[in-house]
Design a protein around this ligand. Structure first.
Ligand code: NDP
Ligand code: TDO
Length: 287
């Protein structure tokens, strides 16, 4: 069904694609890590796609440190906006299908029901702003053959994520304080990667533009931490605290649940509940 180049292949989601690739024999994959191609280097990017033909690019590369992006705004911008714009131009020239991952942090968190894809964006920090500008660049340059998939609270056995942080803290501490007034949907990166590979063949039917993918259901970071530790470290207690008791450089959205109905309907995929996905991920992480 086509050749896929996965950029940012060494990150959390990129490694999930590497882990599941052998299940999808109708695709040929090329995995490209940062050491092989720095996306910020526009010349290198262009040269790479002169010699590497493909039908689709999945862009998993990003600047993802939400707090650090406040001090390194220009750097976050180069990766999340400028490189994405350059990538969209290359894809437009060569008519390559572009699958780009974006985030729930494009929203301001003041919503009270799951965000539909056309809900107005208003990011709270540099990370979210740079990701939103990346989305806008794609929609301007290569709308007819791009999929922008916003997801939220990604975790997996690979890379850095909240689940692995909780498992580490559960080993080290008897009690952890976690914010209760931020609500979202945790998403198992493996589920997302598998869904993307189901969605790609349907792009040719005009299913393009912005879509939301997150595991179903909503939960606070506190309740998520409790669910993680209940099965893995039952002796470690989790205390609910307000955001004010856990100060961070940049404010997180209070409510960032994504409405995934359009994705499920248009692509005819079923998305499972966050706590079901979590149990599978935990058993994989622990084995
Ligand atoms: N993590 C999350 O909770 C969420 C993530 N997302 C989005 O999902 C996508 C995947 O995220 P995730 O896998 O968790 O992120 P990671 O931070 O785990 O992976 C990002 C990858 O991008 C690479 N990268 C950074 N800069 C460059 C560059 N200049 N050139 C090439 N590669 C580069 C990183 O390399 P290195 O490690 O060497 O810096 C890393 O391997 C991103 O678009 C992110 O914004 C959306 C919602 C939630
Ligand atoms: C480690 C820890 C975090 N927290 C809080 C801080 C924060 O409000 C919340 C989540 O913490 P983190 O810093 O791990 O998560 P954060 O980096 O904000 O995660 C985000 O990453 C980017 C890339 C995204 O796109 C988002 O969807 C989201 O997943 O939990 C606690 O309350 N106690 C703790 O012990």
């Amino acid at each position: 069904m086509g050749n896929i180049v996965v950029l940012g292949a060494g990150g959390q989601l990129g490694q999930e694609f590497q882990a599941i690739a052998s299940l999808y024999t109708s695709f040929e994959f090329v995995f490209v890590e940062r050491a092989k191609l720095d996306l910020v280097n526009a010349t290198a990017l262009e040269e790479f796609f002169k010699v590497n033909d493909c039908d689709y690019i999945i862009n998993c590369a990003a600047y993802t440190n939400v707090d650090k992006a406040e001090d390194e705004g220009p750097k976050a911008n180069l990766i999340n906006t400028v490189a994405v714009r350059n990538l969209a131009s290359i894809c437009a020239q060569k008519d390559i299908g572009l699958i780009h991952i974006s985030t729930d942090y494009v929203f301001n968190g003041k919503g009270e029901k799951p965000y539909k894809t056309d809900f107005p964006t208003e990011p709270l920090g540099n990370y979210g702003r740079s990701k939103r500008k990346g989305e806008e660049a794609i929609m301007e340059i290569h709308p007819e053959n791009s999929l922008i998939i916003r997801t939220s609270w990604l975790y997996s056995e690979f890379g850095h994520n909240f689940v692995k942080t909780m498992l580490r803290l559960g080993e080290e501490l008897n009690s952890i304080s976690v914010v209760e007034d931020q609500v979202g949907s945790p998403t198992y990166a493996r589920d997302l990667a598998m869904a993307i590979l189901e969605m790609i063949p349907q792009m040719k039917d005009g299913k393009t533009g912005i879509y939301h993918y997150a595991n179903n259901g909503e939960v606070s970071w506190y309740a998520f931490a409790k669910a993680i530790l209940k099965t893995t470290h039952p002796n470690c207690s989790v205390q609910p605290v307000p955001s004010s008791a856990y100060p961070t450089k940049v404010k997180r959205p209070k409510y960032s649940v994504l409405d995934t109905t359009k994705t499920e309907t248009d692509f005819k995929i079923t998305i499972r509940l966050w706590d079901v996905a979590l149990q599978e991920a935990l058993s994989r992480i622990q084995s």
